[in-house]
Design a protein around this ligand. Structure first.
Ligand code: ADP
Ligand code: MG
Length: 648
């Protein structure tokens, strides 16, 4: 009878095929330790026979058919530590760890079967006495190989180590600096199970790592019983954290946490034992029960992991600290090697058969190894799709740009092209234009202020001339001389231009309200506003002649003439002169003036040219004085108004 083993039986060759993503079975190597001197002295017989390099024959005591177990490799007691190291393919595991995989090597078997010896060699012969190199176990040999390997890598490698033990179902830090205390095991989705506050020590040399190993080994609890003088009373886990910085790798956020990267973990399990066979009592018995419970939980998980329907099953990794910390190695994304250790003695055959059965089943467990994935790293297909989408968008944008160039010919097209090339240049152009407009505005305001000053001077001159004209008029006399001209016309009703209303102004000589036609502002009055509904034959007041004008002959009334623009301008100037403020005419508005005239000189706030008006007024005054001199008797002591004016 032969139990099923590995499909091809060579763990090293299986690992060479590359584990990424595919179902990878746990590799199992069987090591049979040699008969100890004690066993030989007792005359114990062996029940195990190696058949070839991968098959173990078990001969039950008392006869019966042999049972064959097939593993990746079967190593008998004659094989050296170096043979075991090579046969296990640990170098390949180390390479995978350097590539970021999580790899685990753990030993499994009965107490005293050689698990610790396989991993770390024989127990130290004294404090500080190193293990002879020829007897060094898998761990020391792996350390040596790894430190040598990283020396020849292109990129730098950061190596850190942690070392813990599970003793009586409590986790203890074997590298802690302070007083030891149990540490909690936590779980997160990102990290899985992990030990909180576990010390992780960075190292850079083989010597430093060996010191850490010795520190842990010396702290690890062991006791003596009938089957093993230095029996491990705890499960020990030494983990090497390998981090290789790459362009896509994200540094760890918390320096206390192990970096993202590969992992190589060595697990030295405490052996199962029959308390009756080992003679353990008291504390030893408690330790044995704790060890057996955790190994039982491990066996249970292995059984469930072998179930074809295991995806529907719950794997009770939480049943023990050991299964929690081995969960990833057994059923997750790790690459795992089990070294099953057995004693050759027929006395241990029941435990040996149990170990062989577990090991045979374990090698049918598969994992899906995965390397570390940095956040934000997309799978190749996703990257390719995004690349195609961006290329399409690029083509579309280029097409639109070409369309804009072709539909914008000439200067406009050139300007658009220029603006597209350089928006900053367009902004500069606007700024220069704004500055130019501001400068022009300042010049216009200066011109307007000058014109206003000139207007005031001229208005004052007009005012003085008019005042002197009125002063030159003869005083009203009784009888032969006519009364003041203002009294010749009855007061008219008030009109609609209050500031310019003639009713509100007094004659400077007789101080009576001036009639409309004698009002110096009469020309500001709008014809339609001045007049009430006219009676037949009524003569418009707006066309009455001024007092110095010759009286019209009967029947020669002229039709009302249209006011010229200059009339309105003069009226407005006179109004301003008298009121001392600028007057905005209500109607008709001043013309806008020529389009090239500065804004300040256009209609709305126009400034009239008073020079012609002054000349006209001077001429009128002279005429009036001349007429007055002719109507009155000339006297020698009377000064001519014309002389007075000319002397002004
Ligand atoms: P376990 O860890 O499984 O309880 P150990 O590794 O402590 O067992 O081994 C028990 C004893 O057997 C130790 O004294 C050890 O030196 C010895 N031993 C184990 N394997 C070998 C081997 N391959 N060659 C020589 N001695 C061995
Ligand atoms: Mg041990």
């Amino acid at each position: 009878m032969e139990e099923r083993g590995s499909p091809d039986g060579d763990p090293a060759r299986n690992l060479e095929q590359g584990p990424e993503g595919s179902e990878t079975p746990i590799q199992v190597v069987l090591r049979v330790r040699p008969m100890s001197t004690v066993e030989l002295r007792r005359g114990e017989q062996t029940a195990l026979h190696c058949s070839g390099t991968r098959t173990l024959q078990v001969s039950p005591p008392g006869g019966g058919p042999d049972v064959a177990f097939r593993f990746g490799a079967v190593l008998d007691g004659a094989r050296t530590q170096e043979d075991v190291f090579r046969a296990c393919g640990v170098k390949r595991l180390g390479e995978l760890a350097l590539r970021g995989f999580s790899c685990t090597v753990f030993t499994f078997g009965q107490t005293g079967s050689g698990k610790t010896y396989t991993l770390t060699g024989p127990p130290p012969q004294g404090e500080g006495v190193p293990v002879p190199p020829s007897l060094a176990g898998i761990m020391q040999r792996t350390f040596t190989w790894l430190l040598d390997r990283v020396q020849h890598l292109d990129s730098p490698v950061t190596l850190r180590a942690s070392y813990l033990e599970i003793y009586n179902e409590q986790v203890w830090d074997l590298l802690s600096l302070g007083s030891p205390r149990p540490l909690p095991v936590r779980w997160t989705k990102a990290r899985g199970f992990y030990v909180e506050q576990l010390r992780v020590v960075e190292f850079g040399s083989l010597e430093a790592l060996m010191e850490l190993l010795q520190m842990g080994l010396s702290r690890r609890r062991s006791s003596s019983h009938t089957l093993n003088q230095a029996s491990s009373r705890s499960h020990a886990l030494l983990t090497l954290h390998i981090s290789r910085p790459t362009s896509q790798q994200v540094p760890p956020v918390d320096l206390g946490e192990p970096p993202v990267g590969g992992k190589l973990c060595f697990v030295d399990l405490a052996g199962s034992e029959k308390v009756a066979a080992t003679g353990s009592q008291g504390q030893l018995m408690l330790e044995a029960n704790s060890i057996n419970r955790s190994l039982l939980a491990l066996g249970h998980c292995i059984s469930l992991l072998l179930d074809p329907q295991r995806k529907q099953n719950h794997i009770p990794f939480r049943d023990s600290k050991l299964t929690k910390l081995l969960a990833d190695s057994l059923g997750g994304r790790g690459v795992t090697l089990m070294v099953a250790c057995v004693s050759p003695s027929a006395q241990c055959l029941p435990e040996t058969l149990s170990t062989l059965r577990y090991a045979s089943r374990a090698q049918r467990i598969t994992t899906r190894p995965q390397g570390p994935k940095s956040p934000g790293v997309k799978p190749p297909q996703q990257v390719e799709n995004e690349l195609l989408r961006l290329q399409e968008e690029n083509r579309h944008l280029r097409f639109q740009l070409d369309q804009m160039h072709t539909t914008a010919p000439g200067a406009h097209g050139a300007r658009m092209a220029w603006a597209q090339r350089n928006l900053y240049g367009m902004l500069q152009e606007f700024m220069l234009e704004n500055e130019r407009l501001r400068k022009e505005m300042r010049q216009l305001r200066s011109s307007r202020d000058l014109a206003r000053a000139e207007q005031r001077v001229l208005a004052q001159q007009v005012h003085d001339l008019e005042r002197r004209l009125l002063s030159a008029c003869p005083l009203p006399q009784q009888g032969s001389t006519p009364v003041c001209p203002c009294r010749m016309v009855p007061a008219a009703s008030c009109h609609a231009l209050p500031p310019l209303c003639y009713c509100h102004h007094l004659c400077p000589l007789c101080r009576v309200p001036l009639a409309h036609w004698t009002c110096p502002r009469r020309e500001c009055h709008m014809p339609q506003q001045v007049l009430e509904p006219e009676a037949p034959g009524h003569i418009s007041q707006s066309v009455w002649p001024p007092p110095w004008a010759p009286p019209p002959s009967p029947g020669s009334a002229k039709p009302p003439r249209e006011r010229s623009q200059s009339d309105w301008t003069q009226t407005r100037v006179l109004a301003e002169m008298l009121m001392g403020e600028e007057v905005v005419p209500s109607a008709p508005p001043l013309s806008a003036g020529p389009s090239n005239m500065p804004y300040g000189l256009r209609g709305g706030s126009g400034i009239p040219n008073l020079t012609p008006r002054l000349e006209t007024l001077t001429q009128q005054i002279n005429n009036s004085l001349h007429l007055s001199q002719r109507q009155s008797q000339p006297s020698e002591d009377t000064q001519s108004p014309g002389q007075g004016l000319s002397s002004c």
